[in-house]
Design a protein around this ligand. Structure first.
Ligand code: Z5A
Length: 220
């Protein structure tokens, strides 16, 4: 028995967390067993590393060192949660995964691709997404959404970056989606959350054969 692995990717405030939750609800309503998780994080060890990374404590060490930390967190997450869930036949819905490293540390951070290849091999082995939903909105919309949600809380390591940074992130995600169209589906995430959820459910049904979509009214 082997499950299905779905990842959601995209820049800040594109709605990944919202849509991961909506997709998991939708698949559960269809009678599927779903594990919802996120990166960096998902296991106690990886959540501890998340705190170190997002606090900015590792930023002075440079993007290659941050890539090592993301890879260490991912190795624990894959071994401790994702691989066992897939082996048990469950559907894993993960908010960010390997494409985030390729975009933030690779395309934007300029970490050498051969180093990222090695780290990816070590951390995930053969565990690769069956489907990656790349959520796309113009950065000004994503950043405004994230700012509304944060409502005065301090910006983390990545949230404090400027507009050019987030534009580069968007371009790199678009390039990844274009380079791997069989694995990746590009989703226009600028519509309201119900419309985006419906578009995602259609893609999941057509690409993976996981059910037809009915509006659940779960809200954003
Ligand atoms: N990172 C990395 O560099 N390398 C790696 O390998 C990995 C990660 C795995 C993790 O940040 C950071 O780590 C990330 C990249 C880096 N930083 N950045 N940027 P995080 O996990 O704390 O945050 P995030 O992944 O960027 O997600 P987010 O900012 O929390 O946004 P989101 O999940 O895409 O959006 P959301 O939380 O679902 O929605 C944001 C708000 O918008 C919220 O109030 C919603 O109610 C609202 N929303 C959602 N959808 C809509 C629609 N459709 N319309 C209107 N409003 C909406």
């Amino acid at each position: 028995m082997s499950g299905r692995f779905i990842t959601l990717e995209g820049g800040e405030g594109t709605g990944k967390s919202t849509q991961a939750r909506r997709l998991a609800q939708h698949l559960r309503a269809l009678g599927r067993e779903v594990v919802e998780t996120r990166e960096p994080g998902g296991t106690p060890g990886a959540e501890a590393l998340r705190h170190v990374i997002l606090s900015g404590a590792a930023e002075p060490l440079g993007p290659a060192a941050e890539a090592l930390l993301f890879a260490a967190a991912r190795a624990d997450h894959v071994a401790g949660l994702i691989a066992p869930a897939l082996a048990a036949g469950k559907i894993v819905v993960c908010d960010r995964f390997i494409d985030s490293t390729r975009v933030y540390q690779g395309a934007v951070g300029a970490v050498d691709a051969s180093l990222l290849d090695s780290l990816e091999g070590l951390s995930v082995g053969t565990v690769r997404p069956d489907l990656t939903l790349v959520l796309d909105v113009p950065p000004e919309i994503g950043l405004a959404r994230a700012a509304r949600r944060a409502a005065g809380a301090a910006a983390d390591r990545f949230e404090k970056e400027g507009g050019d940074y987030h534009a580069a992130v968007r371009a790199a995600f678009l390039a990844r989606a274009a380079a791997e169209p069989e694995r990746c589906a590009l989703i226009d995430a600028s519509a309201d959350a119900d419309a985006v959820a419906a578009a995602i459910a259609d893609v999941v049904a057509s690409r993976l054969g996981l059910g037809a979509y009915e509006i659940s009214g779960a809200g954003a």
